[in-house]
Write a protein that binds this ligand. Structure first.
Ligand code: MN
Length: 488
């Protein structure tokens, strides 16, 4: 995993004298060090900024430092904000304003005007907040005591969203074949996503993948078979099919790594020269953090990789998903999600089984091997990025996943069952009204708040369907956002 860190930039001014500035610097360093112990990425104290030049310098440095994934600012004292303008207008890294205070308590006996002048974050953070509002800066504001678990959790979540921004800006998607014929929602403006999100979306010939597959050795396949055997239960006698998937995985991984791609797509309509649609191969690549989108869906593929990177330990429980079918019995309304093969085992409730079955869709000469499992229960979200023509819209819906309520013994693919918020049918109405795709990223460890932060940092439209959403309010929201984004 790439090294990432965040910079702690503390605002002040020279008015208070060196003693105060020394105290501010010492405390800022102490706070950064203490918070680093409980945050997922280092928070590095950089500077107590006292002038326009110091702020501009640290912003320029942050912009050009690849390891710096964002800046966290705070004003221990008062920092007149016109000093921040020249820096802030140049800032192109994620920015979080941590409105906190060194002391938790007002010390009853000790407090005098010196104490007040040293500890005036309540004052300084308001001046600091104004200038970001005035400059219309995308920012996260987190207020609270810096040692509180809730503050650390929110800063943790924001840092992961900011890492999602960095991953997005580095994103390269390898497309094998085009999008599925005639499908609308998987289309999109690749120039727009590169300008806005940083994604480089390009195509490679399936014939080149087949050449790469033909060069894979039996020893390489043996090695990967050992990994499969360790992680999964082999529930088929068709070992040749598993070995074929291993060959596909090795070849795709070589091509992805050679080009620095963290996401890929393929389509069952273009498997020329291949015996099987990659199933197990795509699933095991996803387990390693690569994004995937079926039917050429490069938007969902890149998003899968980004959400994985934003999740636990940089490769969380996030999976390419497709809404398939409903259970509409009153009181137990659920969506059943799956794909023809490719669901990431990071969302499995137990040890996945490798099975082989006939696949009627596409040009499969042989029965593809795939991982079959049940998705785990828990709170989560589904995420869809759509191209509205002229802008991108990110739709996030809260869901509650359950253990599938029936075993479905003849279903030959991995499956996840969930209830959309606010309830299944209202949730479906809202999703369809917003234009959400049938392909999503389903995540158990990335939250809607993190996706809101990510969308704000990427400067794209964000729509959240939650337990409080009504179709009426949503319709009005979409209408107003449509106007606002046309003006923007
Ligand atoms: Mn699909």
């Amino acid at each position: 995993m790439k090294k990432r860190e965040f910079w702690f930039v503390v605002g002040s001014q020279s008015l208070y004298g060196q003693d105060v500035l020394d105290t501010v610097a010492a405390r800022a360093a102490e706070m950064a060090e203490a918070m680093t112990k409980v945050l997922p990425y280092p928070l590095v104290y950089k500077v107590t900024a006292k002038s326009n030049a110091e702020i501009l310098d640290v912003v320029k440095e942050a912009n050009y430092n690849d390891e710096c994934a964002g800046i966290v600012t705070w004003c221990h004292t008062f920092s007149p904000s016109k000093m921040w303008i020249n820096g802030f207008v140049k800032l192109d890294k994620p920015y979080c304003h941590l409105a906190t205070q060194y002391n938790r308590e007002i010390p009853n006996d000790e407090i005098d005007m010196d104490f007040m002048n040293l500890n005036q974050a309540a004052h300084g953070d308001r001046e600091h907040g104004f200038i970001a509002a005035r400059l219309r800066m995308p920012r996260k504001v987190i207020a609270g005591y810096w040692q509180d678990e809730k503050v650390i959790k929110r800063l943790t979540d924001w840092m992961k969203a900011a890492v999602g921004v960095a991953v997005s800006k580095e994103m390269k998607v390898m497309r094998f074949g085009d999008n599925m014929r005639e499908v609308a929602v998987t289309e999109g403006d690749k120039v727009e996503v590169q300008a806005k999100l940083g994604w480089q979306v390009n195509t490679w010939a399936v014939g080149d993948l087949v050449k790469e597959m033909n060069a894979v050795t039996e020893a390489e396949i043996d090695e990967l078979m050992a990994v499969y055997t360790e992680n999964y239960d082999i529930a088929t006698d068709n070992i040749a099919s598993i070995r074929y998937q291993a060959k596909e995985e090795i070849a795709m991984k070589k091509m992805l790594d050679r080009e620095g791609c963290k996401a890929f797509t393929n389509t069952f309509q273009d498997l020329y020269g291949m015996e099987q649609l990659p199933g197990l191969a795509s699933q095991h690549l996803m387990a390693q953090g690569y994004g995937y989108g079926g039917e050429g869906d490069w938007k969902v593929s890149a998003m899968t990789s980004i959400l994985k990177a934003m999740g636990e330990n940089g490769n969380g429980a996030s999976a390419f998903m497709e809404d398939y079918t409903y259970h509409l019995v009153e009181g137990q309304e659920y969506s059943l999600g799956a794909h023809m093969l490719e669901v990431c085992p990071s969302v499995a409730a137990g040890k996945p089984r490798i099975e082989t079955h006939h696949l009627g869709i596409g040009m499969n000469e042989k029965d593809p091997a795939r991982l079959v499992f049940e998705g785990k229960a828990g709170q989560g979200i589904v995420v869809s990025l759509i191209d509205m023509g002229g802008r991108l819209r990110l739709i996030v819906q809260d869901i509650e996943a359950v253990k599938p309520i029936m075993p479905m013994p003849n279903l030959p693919v991995a499956r996840v069952m969930w209830r959309a918020m606010p309830d299944l049918t209202t949730g479906v109405e809202c999703w369809i009204t917003a234009g959400g795709a049938h392909h999503t990223v389903l995540s158990y460890d990335v939250t809607a708040e993190q996706m809101r932060d990510w969308a704000r940092m990427m400067d794209i439209e964000f729509v959240h369907i939650s337990k409080d959403t009504t179709p009426e309010k949503l319709e009005e929201e979409l209408f107003l956002k449509d106007l606002a984004w046309k003006l923007k």
